[in-house]
Design a protein around this ligand. Structure first.
Ligand SMILES: CC(C)(COP(=O)(O)OP(=O)(O)OC[C@H]1O[C@@H](n2cnc3c(N)ncnc32)[C@H](O)[C@@H]1OP(=O)(O)O)[C@@H](O)C(=O)NCCC(=O)NCCS
Length: 233
């Protein structure tokens, strides 16, 4: 089960983990050169939370694909740069295209008129993606700059974004009822119990999933296989 949604700035650590997991060749393509783990971490730490929007493909609490939209500072404030990444095992499933579509819809609805993507000239996959979204390409030698012109927002583009967000909300809601690994293996909990303390101690969020039920190692005096909510239990 996956969810596609924008990350809160407080979740940018998930983006960092995703970028660090990229295959070395994909990391080189993303940053147009070889960079180390420290530089990736520094890049994410320096992201301006007010100008950045990250649309993420999330599976089991991990970001497996991301479209990073970074609005330029004034006077070029109606333009943004876009970078898309998808982890190797998730590529060629249409994820990059979907993330890009959503990021472009958001850019359009925020009144931006142009989104730029810069990639290495050898990056056929990204060039193909840019072409799919009517990017105008300029070859600057080793790199290609693709510029996607955006129309003004209209009722349909706003509706499209609302549908995307609605789908994300439904996905998150379904995700919270996903069975624990033990339950997925057919281990039936003897009894389900909701511990009210969990709401106070961690807001009911366990590993990013609100209200998830999971099995825990039984304590002395507890019956094994019990399903409890929250790490406070
Ligand atoms: C570029 C990238 C985001 C694409 O993600 P993805 O999820 O594989 O993309 P999609 O599955 O939506 O689309 C891939 C398309 O490229 C096509 N393709 C695959 N290899 C290709 C190649 N060598 N040359 C041209 N097109 C290629 C596929 O056939 C597919 O086309 P289609 O949508 O018309 O069927 C991903 O490959 C990636 O993360 N690359 C490393 C990072 C990077 O280069 N980022 C761009 C720089 S910002």
């Amino acid at each position: 089960m996956h969810v596609i949604r924008t990350l809160l700035p407080t979740e940018f650590g998930l983006l960092r983990a995703h970028l660090l997991r990229l295959d070395p060749e994909d990391r080189r393509r993303r940053f147009a050169g070889q960079i180390g783990d420290d530089a990736v971490a520094a890049y994410v730490a320096a992201l301006d939370r007010f100008r950045s929007t990250v649309v993420a493909w999330i599976e089991d609490g991990q970001v497996r694909g991301a479209a990073e939209l970074l609005r330029f500072r004034a006077p070029a404030g109606t333009r943004a740069e876009l970078a898309v990444t998808v982890e190797r095992a998730w590529q060629d499933r249409g994820i990059g295209s979907e993330l890009m579509r959503r990021a472009l819809t958001i850019a359009r609805n925020r009144g931006l008129d142009q989104v730029l993507m810069v990639c290495l000239a050898e990056n056929g996959r990204m060039r193909h993606l840019a072409d799919k979204f009517h990017g105008r390409m300029i070859d600057t030698g080793g790199e290609v700059e693709a510029s996607v012109p955006l129309l003004a927002p209209d009722a349909w583009s706003l509706w499209q974004e609302a549908i995307d967000q609605g789908a994300a909300a439904i996905g998150e809601a379904l995700e919270q009822w996903k069975p624990s690994p033990a339950a997925a293996k057919g281990v039936r909990p003897a009894q389900a119990r909701v511990d009210p303390r969990a709401e106070h101690l961690d807001g009911g969020r366990i590993g990013g999933r609100r209200g998830a039920l999971r099995t825990t190692t039984p304590r002395a005096g507890e019956r094994p296989g019990r399903c409890v909510r929250g790490r406070a239990a």
